[in-house]
Design a protein around this ligand. Structure first.
Ligand code: GLA
Length: 387
């Protein structure tokens, strides 16, 4: 575990406020093994929390003031009082994740009190590894340490964080990232039913490493493309008179395909087949069957490329390079919202170096960058740091 963020947060706290913090919490980022763009369709996902995280150190205040120092933004400070409504800022964006969560907690009638906070993280930003969800979940987890918050469980924290992102920050994300960060279990993936909010830990086979390759492809237009996909999915569900695409089966979709606009048909087909792949992947992972997992990840990537149309050529190339090393011994696919970001692979430990070397040798992003490779471990969810 990398303890750098903790040290940086503590140093920023001391520098900003001139005394030491009394509380320390962390919340991890996540990588999604399979189940993409299914969460907002009430569907199934199979992510895991990762050992890259946001750390917040803090000390409660006697008054109603909140002061937030951002170690990763040159110690910039956001300051406001809890007596007036908490407003959204035009900038900086990081401040809105803290403000949004605090406003939601206040609106729920919880006894939010004045606080000095300092934040630092090592989740790569803008890479599709949910650095923002880890920040908003960490803020929730911080307040959950206080008296009066005992009823706020991990799933509740995830929902507060999601609402802050949806309604305050203005990102129309689903609930996968926040649930992963709040509910992670060490060395396990989480099969999450994004409708019932049931979270089922699935052990990651001991012989498999989780590799993440950051393509460094800038995720341009990602918000508008994400929102368009959501609207297309909702249109398909509406057409069949269903609450969400979760409720559509492949036989019905195939039989009535001609009724749909061809693009909407492809979007719906991705979601319906992806939900089925998550069911199968959870079983394969639990059985330690990396070959089957690899087939499902390959099919997921093809579906994202051809039906959901959210991959880009550099990402397809990166997936191909890793696949040429891993072959049938594991799996690889794009992970996250799409249009760039990261590729995730489940790789037998013996092939980790070969996969890293192949990417180093054969991949270059359109902007000339090489990929960054992370070998990570499935981590526990948000919690208090006791050390
Ligand atoms: C982003 C969103 C998630 C999810 C994924 C796609 O990460 O924040 O809610 O929709 O995209 O699976």
């Amino acid at each position: 575990m990398n303890d750098m963020p903790q040290a940086r947060a503590a140093a920023a706290f001391q520098a900003a406020f001139g005394h030491a913090p009394s509380l320390q919490v962390q919340a991890p980022g996540r990588v999604n093994l399979i189940g993409e763009h299914t969460d907002y369709n009430d569907g199934l996902v199979l992510p895991c929390a990762i050992d890259y995280r946001t750390v917040i150190v803090a000390r409660p205040r006697e008054d109603r003031l909140v002061r937030v120092a951002a170690a990763d933004y040159d110690g910039a400070i956001d300051e406001y009082a809890l007596d007036a409504p908490i407003e959204r800022l035009e900038a900086p964006m990081w401040a809105n994740y803290v403000r949004g969560v605090m406003r939601d907690l206040v609106e729920r009638g919880l006894p939010v009190q004045g606080m000095d906070l300092a934040i630092a993280g090592d989740v790569p930003q803008g890479a599709g590894l949910s650095s923002s969800a880890s920040l908003s979940v960490a803020v929730c987890r911080l307040f959950a340490t206080l008296p009066g918050f005992e009823g706020l469980g991990p799933v509740d924290m995830a929902l507060v964080a999601q609402r802050a992102e949806n309604d305050f920050v203005g990102t129309k994300c689903g609930n996968m990232d926040q649930i992963s960060s709040a509910c992670g279990v060490q060395d396990h993936a989480l099969k999450i039913d994004c409708r019932s909010l049931e979270v089922q830990p699935v052990p990651i086979p001991g012989n498999a490493a989780i590799m993440i390759f950051n393509s460094h492809v800038a995720r341009g237009l990602v918000d508008s493309a994400y929102n368009t996909r959501r609207e297309q999915c909702e249109a398909a569900a509406r057409h069949f008179g269903l609450r969400a695409l979760r409720d559509l089966d492949l036989a019905t979709l195939a039989a009535r395909a001609a009724e749909l606009d061809p693009v909407v048909l492809r979007r719906a087909r991705h979601v319906v087949t992806e939900n089925a792949r998550v069911e199968a992947a959870a079983k394969a992972l639990a059985a330690g069957d990396l070959t089957r997992m690899g087939e499902l990840m390959e099919a997921s990537h093809a579906s994202m490329r051809d039906d959901f149309e959210i991959t880009v050529p550099a990402i397809d190339q990166l997936v191909g390079i890793v696949k040429s090393v891993v072959k049938t011994a594991g799996g690889v696919r794009m992970t996250g919202g799409g249009f760039g970001g990261c590729v995730v692979a489940l790789v037998p430990h013996a092939l980790v170096d070969a996969a890293r070397d192949a990417v180093q040798q054969h991949y270059t992003a359109p902007n000339g960058s090489k990929a960054t490779t992370y070998v990570c471990r499935a981590a526990a969810g948000a919690g208090v740091i006791t050390a």
